[in-house]
Write a protein that binds this ligand. Sequence first.
Ligand code: NAI
Ligand code: MG
Length: 367
Amino acid sequence: MTYSIAWLGGDGIGPEVLDAARTVLDAIGFRAEYIPADIGWRYWCEQGNPLPERTVQVLRSTRCAMFGAITSKPASDAARELAPHLRESGRTYASPIVQMRRQFNLYANIRPGRTLLGESKPVDVIVVRENTEGLYAGLEVHPTPQSLVGALDAARRAPHLRECAPEDLALSVRVTTRTGCQRIVARAFELAQSLGRKRVTLVEKANVLRATGGLMTEVARTVAERYPRIEFREAHIDTACMDLVRKPGEFDVIVAENLFGDILSDLVAGLTGGPGIAPSANIGDHYAVFEPVHGSAPDIAGRGVANPCAAVLSAAMMLEWLGERALAARLQAAVATVLARGEVRTPDLGGSDSTKRMATAIIAAAR
Ligand code: NAI
Ligand code: MG
């Protein structure tokens, strides 16, 4: 079967690491039709949307997508860099990754982190992060009218809010739905089951975030009952961060809402060799986008020294999702071998090798 795959390089090192991933995919004999599509800062500046509609059409016509990285900047920069003829159109910048996650309902962000560089404390954790709700749902207000403060009854708990001028008060609302909780927790347990993992830990803060954290906890406990062979644990976000550093072996699969999951997965990436080797998948019921966790790394872009391992491991996650398990395992093993040997290392890992050299080493190890 030939797969049709959207290929979104994006900004900075995005295209560099995807090129490397592509040479590795070709070399191990994976055959696909790759359809390049535009995404990133340039398309915001020139056309007013970093995810042009034609790219959405490419995504709709393909099985899944590989995505490199994009650059995004604060609202004031976005407004300043927008082409003059688009400035009156009332457009505001919306992250293309967030747009993709919403439009394709890619509700599960899966980020595995495993020690591959011989760190002293072994880590083997998969963070399953809710990808569409939580504090990143985009339900934000600024300026905030006093009528809203009154409606939320916020002034009763925090009387000083009553004196806030609208300009001086901003709200970002955490959105938690029962459906959203059910599907992300179920996804975490299904993943644990399919990989033979032993434990799922819900990371929350339900003692303080009583409404949203409370709902997530209630749902997670119910879903957990359907999986009696997998141990279910609960941890608070703050304690979990400390414990991940001190005793990472306690964690196996972690499930968390959007912001907590974002923070936890970067923490895990930090424990396991940094952004250059951390892969991820954004998975929905009908589509998936695979991407390295890192951004466009403007500090090293264009120099050919970005570490391609995160992109290659993301490609391996794609192969797994497509059902090409043997090829996926071969890629993962090849990256693990190269990193463990340590003969070839990009600068982020303390070496001086290039992106291409690393890709060549991975290909050699995969043979
Ligand atoms: P970043 O991940 O781009 O870079 C952080 C640090 O890690 C930098 O020192 C960079 O050189 C290094 N690094 C990242 N990937 C690497 C690789 N493959 N090999 C070697 N070193 C690597 O995050 P930063 O600097 O916070 O953001 C830069 C831009 O990327 C911003 O515009 C940000 O909005 C965007 N960004 C995009 C993401 C995405 O496309 N998914 C995710 C995170 C940030
Ligand atoms: Mg992040």
